[in-house]
Design a protein around this ligand. Structure first.
Ligand SMILES: [Zn+2]
Length: 231
């Protein structure tokens, strides 16, 4: 074998080794990513949103009395696609007023309960185009009065009535089934929105970014009030 051929063979194997090492590193990282703890997922989600913000810099995050609860399980872990404020053009057009929490594959055919995140009064229960079943709850947190929008619930199994008082962690209903009338043809997931006010506004998208001003980022808000998962 001539020196030039040997050199070429060496370079070839060096390249193969480099590619394999690169692939192995990438593959190991992606496996690690799959095994992130819930805390890591929280950090990752909040990083995407520009967290951490300086403590006390957002007046909305004042402590409230009593425990707050996450509206559905895997609240941080399963929100990856359609975050608060994301501009959508495919099925709906506008800025997303809430967050979408997906279901884990294991829960696709299971009953997934939806919880009132705090004490409140049920203001509206109806079937609305784009949501299927939707529940609006007025939550008074002392310093602020909020309306919570809980969308894509199965209307016939909603466990509360309009005007009823609920407490933090009350089951208000269950997610509607995947791609059925229960979700108005949407995938099975929870749309959760929060805004300051007392008049019910069920919009999941707004066309003008300025309109988002009264809406809160539910992920940051839940983190700010240290909402816990209901077990
Ligand atoms: Zn949504």
């Amino acid at each position: 074998m001539s020196k030039i051929v040997m050199k070429k063979v060496l370079i070839f194997w060096a390249v193969v080794l480099f590619v394999l090492t690169y692939w192995a590193t990438f593959h190991t990282n992606s496996v690690k990513f799959q095994n992130l703890s819930e805390e890591d997922y929280i950090d990752q989600t909040l990083n995407k949103l520009g967290w951490p913000v300086q403590a006390g810099s957002d007046s909305v995050f004042k402590p409230v009395s009593g425990q707050t609860h996450l509206p559905v399980k895997n609240f941080y872990k399963n929100q990856s696609l359609n975050l608060f404020g994301t501009y959508n053009t495919v099925k709906f057009t506008g800025f997303h007023t809430g967050v979408d929490i997906e279901v884990s594959p294991a829960d696709l055919y299971a009953e997934v309960p939806v919880y009132s995140f705090y004490d409140g009064i049920i203001r509206k229960i109806e079937w609305v185009s784009g949501y299927g079943g939707v529940v609006a709850i007025e939550h008074n947190l002392g310093q602020i009065n909020l309306i919570g929008i809980y969308g894509h619930l199965r209307l016939k199994d909603i466990a509360v009535k309009e005007g009823e008082r609920v407490t933090s962690g009350t089951v208000i209903g269950y997610l509607g089934n995947d791609y059925t009338a229960e979700t108005d043809g949407e995938r099975k997931h929870l749309h959760f929105g929060l805004y300051q006010g007392s008049v019910v506004d069920l919009r999941g998208y707004v066309s003008d970014k300025k309109e988002l001003d009264i809406w809160l980022d539910p992920t940051r808000f839940m983190r700010g009030v240290s909402a816990k998962e209901v077990y």
